[in-house]
Design a protein. Structure first.
Length: 211
């Protein structure tokens, strides 16, 4: 795999001013972004998140999933820590792409859960790949992560490709009436380490959504 570094710039956000690093996967032509804050190359484990693109949740404020909520909470936690990294990977819909994701949503509207919908379209439940993370982290001088995720399979996948995950940090946020079944499915069928009781009242539907 060839991951090519392109450029970096400042990125002011409501939580902090991050440095945004652009990378290109030359094999697929896809571009990926990494946000860093503070000195992440000092050899100490870095608080981080590996976040797969979710246009509907991240940009269109969809309440069908918890992706946008997790993205904002991760940036907030990194800002509070004063140091951290967020890898934003362009693999929409757990790897099936945006249009197939819309098709999967249509099947969910008819009663399928998130796993069943993918399978009815001929996909596995999760097609994401994480081998592109290691060269980006190495470029930034990051040796190990305290990874914000509820997904033990993500920890295993990153470990398999050589990323040193020293701690899994839970990220339970964004529960609302529109995604309760989705979150239950992620816990029951995809093994995410969370329960609906883990979500605090502050994470409910009236959570403040920042632009």
């Amino acid at each position: 795999m060839t991951i090519r570094y392109i450029a970096a710039s400042r990125l002011p956000t409501p939580w902090a001013t991050f440095t945004m690093h652009g990378f290109e996967d030359e094999a697929t032509g896809k571009d990926h972004v990494v946000l860093t804050l503070g000195d992440v190359a000092d050899g100490q484990p870095v608080l981080g998140r590996v976040h797969s693109e979710c246009l509907t949740g991240d940009a269109l404020f969809s309440m069908r999933c918890d992706c946008g909520y997790q993205l904002q909470e991760a940036l907030k936690r990194i800002a509070e820590a004063g140091r951290g990294v967020l890898l934003y990977l362009r693999q929409e819909g757990r790897g099936i792409g945006l249009l197939n994701k819309i098709r999967a949503y249509h099947l969910q509207d008819q009663g399928a859960d998130t796993v069943e919908a993918n399978e009815q379209l001929g996909f596995s439940a999760d097609l994401r790949r994480y081998d592109l993370c290691l060269p980006m982290l190495e470029h930034l001088g990051i040796n190990s992560l305290r990874l914000m995720t509820n997904n033990p399979r993500k920890v295993e996948a990153l470990t398999r490709v050589g990323v040193d995950v020293v701690e899994r940090v839970g990220l339970t946020t964004g529960l609302n009436p529109h995604n309760e079944h989705y979150l239950s499915t992620k816990a029951g069928k995809l093994g995410h380490m969370m329960a609906l009781g883990d979500f605090t009242p502050a994470d409910a539907v009236d959570i403040e959504r920042k632009p």
